[in-house]
Design a protein. Sequence first.
Length: 354
Amino acid sequence: MTLIYKLLGIFILIASLIVGWFWQSVNQFSSTPVNVPQGKLDFTIEPGSGLYAVVNELATLGVIQDASKFRWMVRFDGKDKNIQAGEYQIDASMTPRDILAMFAAGKVKQYAFTIVEGWTFKQLLTAIGSNKHLKQTLNGKSVEQVMTGLGYSGEHPEGRFLPDTYHFPAGTSDNDFLKRAYQALETTLADEWQKRADDLPYKSAYEALIMASIVEKETAVAAERTHIAGVFVRRIKKNMRLQTDPTVIYGMGEKYDGNLRKRDLRKDTPYNTYRRKGLPPTPIALPGAAAINAALNPDNNTSLYFVAKGDGSHYFSETVEEHNKAVRQYQIRKRKTDYRSTPVMNPDPKVVPK
């Protein structure tokens, strides 16, 4: 009986040594950086993929050197049921345990998409439609159908999507992306509306959004936004027309060829702020958060006019005499696509504003 106990003890000792050695070997494997020659590797786990398939593919790609140790590591860590499908990015600095943690947490690779301040909704749809990482579901749909699909049937889309850089996993639908940008705009506008200055001529947050879109199109100089917003706010309060070129251009639609002519300023459309007083019926572009803030917090200056200087900035004037002098000094003859417009005197005394 004593011999049996001795043999059993020797067996347990040997087994313990083997297990200890194997455990140490797995731990060393799990903490050693993987092999990614190019520095980064995109790796996709298809839905329904089992542990063996995932590990075997990693081994086939040469990322890990021992598939069995990776499988044991997964079991030791209790995560053999947690691996999630998706597209991942494996870096050369990662260890097998880092990779496992990434798979278990579902930290899939993120792609960036920037909605540019001042884009129109049409430009946004074009950019989304050419993004290969978004799942395309909106191709061929009208603007009305797009808005209905978003849950906002009957709403005009212009200005409703917040310019920003968004990150998303591959396969996100274009519809879901637009919903996210819509909600971001709603949240930003609501927050800014609550913090707005006193005595503004807006009846609603939507009117502030319209003003923000005009400010966005009028200047690319951050420091000028509140100044330009102030000019337009003061003109509205004085019952003056806004007389801003970007609204006219927006109202022309496809007819705009890059040049804005006197006859265009005379032609009446709902967006011609040379002919009609007040704000246009909708935003004319997608305003960023800074433009929204400026529209709701305009400066308290006294200027009523401004003219583009040709370098991206503007010259501001309090009187029409000073403004007309600045126009002669700075204004180019042809108003091109990138031209930031100027409130000026009525281009045609015979035109009666509505």
